[in-house]
Ligand binder design. Structure first.
Ligand code: AMP
Length: 192
């Protein structure tokens, strides 16, 4: 079982790269952002709860997010593993993911790959994406900047969790999609 955590700030390219890795390693992408957006669209109770946080570019509370992730894992069993895109985003979530993988599968995170992109480029990329993504949180620059602020306030510290476990690799997230995929695959192949 190969469990890949794709890590980095909003707009670093996690979602794009996850799509390429899915096929190559037969590990489905799990994007907690996509799961929340699905719930928003379906107007579920969970969607209603997440909406205010998402609209403001803030993180949804840990317990809500982790429960949603667990339910998704139970409904989508895959013996090859998973690509986690956008989870964990806090140290509490990172600790939780270790427990979940151990309890459910007797497994661990195999590798965490962080895509590094300069903040101003992130803002430009997200504004560009906002022209077609249909995402309200990609259109407004102040919400985008708040998402990046949340990343530094709550998410960046997750690096220490994985560095301590020797499972942390950083990759330059600027370049062609193909070049970045190649670098990601090289890092992942090292732990196969
Ligand atoms: P994303 O699609 O990954 O950019 O996520 C969009 C929004 O969903 C974020 O700004 C958060 O409000 C929420 N979200 C997604 N993943 C998480 C997570 N792991 N923890 C808390 N909130 C999350």
């Amino acid at each position: 079982m190969l469990n890949i955590v794709l890590f980095g700030p909003p707009g670093c390219g996690k979602g794009t790269q996850a799509q390429f890795l899915e096929e190559k390693y037969q590990t489905p992408q799990i994007s907690t952002g996509d799961l929340f957006r699905f719930n928003l669209k379906q107007e579920t109770e969970l969607g209603q709860l997440a909406k205010t946080f998402m609209d403001n570019g803030q993180l949804v509370p840990d317990e809500v997010t982790t429960n949603m992730l667990c339910e998704h894992l139970d409904n989508h069993p895959n013996p090859h593993g998973y690509i986690f895109d956008g989870y964990p985003r806090t140290t509490t979530q990172a600790q939780k993911l270790d427990v979940i993988l151990a309890e459910k599968y007797n497994k661990e995170v195999s590798i965490t790959v962080a895509l590094v992109v300069d903040d101003e480029l992130l803002v430009q990329r997200l504004l560009e994406r906002g022209k077609t993504s249909g995402r309200a949180d990609d259109v407004d620059e102040s919400i985008i900047r708040n998402r990046i602020k949340e990343y530094y306030a709550k998410t960046a510290a997750v690096a220490e969790h994985y560095k301590a476990q020797g499972k942390w690799v950083e990759i330059d997230g600027v370049g062609t999609i193909e070049d970045i995929t190649a670098k990601l695959c090289a890092a992942i192949n090292d732990v196969l």
